[in-house]
Every structure is written in structure tokens, then in C-alpha cells.
Design a protein around this ligand. Structure first.
Ligand SMILES: [Zn+2]
Ligand SMILES: [Zn+2]
Length: 354
């Protein structure tokens, strides 16, 4: 007997989110049922609900920064028990047998591709998956994360499940650490996590932003300085000096501006996907200093757990603005205008009380 779920959904690309009911599966043998306490609000939620990337299935229940409490477990579940505080990020399943899955990089699954927490093919119920703007969710245990932060921090932990891992994974993969000069382009939901994590890894962090007004905040988050990207003289002063640049800006812009700031053998990683192309990359900017331009997609489940444990050990959570579910449409409009410091998180009690 599937269980009724309450949620907020978009019924089409141009309608606002509104209350919606559907059914979640009962926990299967390897499933964990989770009462959702908090769900972060990610730009991907808006892109998907408004079908800005195409291929959105409706009704669309977004949300992939989920923190909740376990309410039931299937008979084969060994790692979680009723009452545990857990997280769910961007994925709820993958093929489990391809080379990427075998190496714990499920986000790059070469089988059927990973199953998104929302807008993915639901392997059990059929149809498509519904995300975390809901009162509860049922997820295979292999895609459930353990959360050890204090209960008072749980709302601020939610954004780690997407914004946290999206920035942690490339910083870890390219071995950012002490003695390195690291740039973070953009100080939004992703960027502010990138600053905190890179600083905790021991790097000297500089933020690139078009807004000089964010300087104090950048420093509070752990950066040494903020470099105004429109200030040609300031940018030129840092030419050839960065070991690594994490570029979180999805909007089309001139990547050469930042490639020029990398040292020999430096790397810039893009984590935002633009909806129209960036300006062309000058190949000479890569060739003459053996620089790399790369991309990175969220992180695997094992690495997501490692990130959560790292953040707990370093006292890292997201800077958030908590909202009630009925404020979600306003919050989306504000997020699209970058008017949030730095992540909205829905208090799901507001849905249950409604
Ligand atoms: Zn996200
Ligand atoms: Zn796979």
C-alpha cells in the first residue's frame, strides 16, 4: 500500500508551485522511509520546474537538498535505523554495475545514468521521481547519507547535499590544500560553500565577484580578499598566480579573464552549466602555460558522506534564510535575482501544518 504524500509541485513550465498530493512507495527491502525536516532551494529546482533545460516531466516536485528523520526501514537495511537523522542529495539510484558506479562515482553512471531525486525515471512506482518539497520520501539505503551535525544546525546542513558536494568534489579531486592560492568565481549558493570548504582545506582563497559590496562577507566566510572582476587593473595584478579556480557562475561570460590568472599547470573547473555558450576560449591561454579547463558534476555517494563528515569536523554549514513552504514562489523569484544569503531552506513543518 503506497503512502499518500503532501508536496508542492509545478503543473507546467509557466505555473507557480502549488499544493499537490501523490503516493510514495512503501519501503522495499532495501529502502529507508524519511520524514523530511528541511529542504534546500537550488537553482536546478527552478531550471527544471520551468523546463529551462527541456525534458521536464509534470507534475514536477523539486528539491534535492533533503534532511530528515528515518521513520521506517526495509528488512535488508543494515546501516540506518528508525530515528536516525539522514540526508538525500541529487541522486536516488544508478545502475550499480558500470565502471563509474563501481568506483563510487554514481553521478557519472554509464549504464542508464543516475536517477535524479526528481524528474528521473522512478524504477519502482513507474512514472517519474518526486523530490524533497514534500513531507516524506522513500530512498534506497545506498543513496542515503548519515548526518552527525547538531540538531540545531540541520536546516543549514541541507544545502551541503547539493551546493556542498558540488564544490567539495572538485576541490578534493584537484587536491586543493595548504600553500595554494585558490579562486572562487561568484559568491552565491555554490560560491559561498566553495569559499568555506577551500579555506577549511587550508588554501588561501580569493573571491571573484562583480559586486565589491560582498567583500566583507567574502572575508567573513574565510576568503583573504575579494577581487572585483570588472576591475582590469586588479585582475591584471593577479595574472599567472592561481593554482586553482572554482568557477560557479553559470551565466555566459569570458572564461579567458580567469584562465589568464592561472599559474603554469593551473586548472579552472566549471560547475555551472550555461543555457547559452560562453565566449570562445583562447587556446593560447591554455597552451602557453599548460593550463587546464575542466568541469565537475556534484559528487558520488561515498564522497558526499566524506564531505558531510568533513563539514561536521570543521564546523561548516551553509548560510541560510529559512522559509515556510508557502513562501517558495517569492523565494524562487528572489533567488533568480541572486537576492539571497546564501541559500533558502524550506522548513517542512510548514507543509505538515498547512
Ligand atoms: Zn542542486
Ligand atoms: Zn552505473
Amino acid at each position: 500500500m503506497p503512502t499518500p504524500a503532501r508536496a508542492y509541485a509545478a503543473q507546467s513550465a509557466d505555473t507557480a508551485l502549488a499544493p499537490f498530493s501523490f503516493e510514495r512507495r512503501d519501503p522495499q527491502a532495501d529502502d529507508v522511509a524519511i520524514d523530511i525536516l528541511h529542504c534546500g532551494v537550488c537553482h536546478s529546482d527552478v531550471h527544471t520546474a520551468r523546463s529551462e533545460w527541456g525534458g521536464t516531466l509534470y507534475p514536477c516536485v523539486p528539491g534535492h537538498e533533503i534532511v530528515g528523520r528515518v521513520t521506517a526501514v526495509g528488512g535488508d537495511v543494515t546501516n540506518f535505523a528508525v530515528g536516525d537523522i539522514v540526508g538525500v542529495g541529487c541522486m536516488v539510484d544508478s545502475c550499480g554495475t558500470c565502471p563509474s558506479c563501481n568506483e563510487g562515482e554514481e553521478q557519472y553512471c554509464e549504464g542508464s545514468g543516475f536517477v535524479g531525486t526528481y524528474n528521473g525515471p522512478d524504477p519502482v512506482m513507474g512514472g517519474h521521481t518526486y523530490g524533497g518539497y514534500a513531507d516524506h520520501i522513500v530512498v534506497k539505503q545506498d543513496f542515503v547519507l548519515r548526518i552527525t551535525h547538531d540538531e540545531a544546525d540541520l536546516a543549514a546542513v541541507a544545502p551541503l547535499l547539493c551546493a556542498g558536494i558540488t564544490t567539495y568534489s572538485p576541490l578534493k579531486h584537484w587536491k586543493v590544500g595548504p600553500g595554494q592560492k585558490v579562486g572562487v568565481v561568484g559568491l552565491g549558493g555554490l560560491g559561498h560553500m566553495g569559499v568555506k570548504i577551500a579555506a577549511a582545506m587550508g588554501a588561501e582563497v580569493h573571491v571573484f565577484s562583480t559586486s565589491p559590496g560582498k567583500r566583507d562577507d567574502a572575508k567573513r566566510l574565510g576568503a583573504t580578499d575579494l577581487i572585483v572582476s570588472k576591475d582590469d587593473a586588479a585582475m591584471a595584478g593577479h595574472a599567472g598566480s592561481f593554482d586553482f579556480i572554482l568557477n560557479t557562475v553559470a551565466a555566459p561570460h569570458d572564461l579567458n579573464l580567469y584562465l589568464n590568472l592561472l599559474k603554469r599547470d593551473g586548472t579552472m573547473v566549471l560547475v555551472g552549466v550555461p543555457d547559452s555558450p560562453h565566449d570562445p576560449v583562447e587556446v593560447a591561454n591554455l597552451v602557453f602555460k599548460r593550463r587546464s579547463l575542466a568541469g565537475s558534476l556534484i559528487g558520488g555517494i561515498r564522497e558526499t558522506q566524506e564531505m558531510l563528515d568533513f563539514c561536521k569536523a570543521h564546523g561548516i554549514v551553509s548560510d541560510i534564510e529559512p522559509i515556510a513552504i508557502d513562501q517558495i514562489n517569492t523565494a524562487w523569484d528572489r533567488m533568480v535575482k541572486s537576492d539571497v544569503k546564501y541559500r533558502f531552506v524550506i522548513d517542512m513543518d510548514s507543509l505538515k501544518a498547512a
